[in-house]
Design a protein around this ligand. Structure first.
Ligand code: APR
Length: 169
């Protein structure tokens, strides 16, 4: 049974076996939580991302997929980078947001991670409404068989925290 827990604050201050990054397909940094991960995690993370771009993901990491690197100087063993969908009012991209959570858990399981901390993927620059993102994130984690013991959602503001808290119940 996987425990779902919540924290309010900065993901890069959390201790967990794996921290999930809301990345873009280029994997080479950006703003938001990914920018914070690269800043605090140091250059080792970016170096592995560049190697992925030079090899397996030459065209970028597709939306909905996940890949792990070192966590550099962060208090974790791995960063799992996943690419959320950009919110669209005209196209239902929920399956891709669910896939981010499922694929991140799959990668975490392969690594042997027992604790995994997620941000609210797609709810920042990618503009996904946070209540809907919380529904998809929580329901997907609950419905994905995994060897991970704890999934912690780390929310950056009260509004996101409340949305996830309501969903977890
Ligand atoms: N810790 C936890 N959550 C954070 C942090 C942080 N340090 N910084 C931002 N957040 C929150 C945001 O408030 C938002 O709720 O993470 C959520 C996701 O926001 P983004 O990081 O903007 O991610 P996303 O919406 O998936 O957009 C990804 O943004 O920075 C670029 O390179 C990134 O192009 C990619 C896009």
């Amino acid at each position: 049974m996987t425990a779902l827990t919540l924290a309010l604050g900065d993901l890069t201050r959390e201790h967990a076996d794996a921290l999930v990054n809301a990345a873009n397909s280029g994997l080479l940094g950006g703003g938001g939580v990914g920018g914070a991960i690269h800043r605090r995690g140091g250059p080792a993370i970016l170096a592995e991302c560049r190697a992925l771009r030079a090899g397996r993901y030459a065209k970028g990491l597709p939306t909905g997929r996940a890949v792990a690197t070192t966590a550099g100087d962060l208090d974790a063993r791995w960063v799992i980078h996943t690419v959320g969908p950009v919110w669209s009012a005209t196209e239902d991209r929920s399956a891709l947001l669910a896939s981010c959570h499922r694929e991140s858990l799959r990668v975490a399981g392969e690594l042997g991670a027992r604790t995994v901390a997620f941000p609210a993927i797609s709810t920042g620059v990618y503009r996904w409404p946070v209540d809907d993102a919380a529904r998809i994130a929580v329901d997907t984690v609950r419905n994905t068989p995994t060897s991970v013991d704890e999934v912690r959602f780390v929310l950056f503001d009260e509004r996101a925290y409340e949305a996830f808290a309501r969903r977890i119940g």
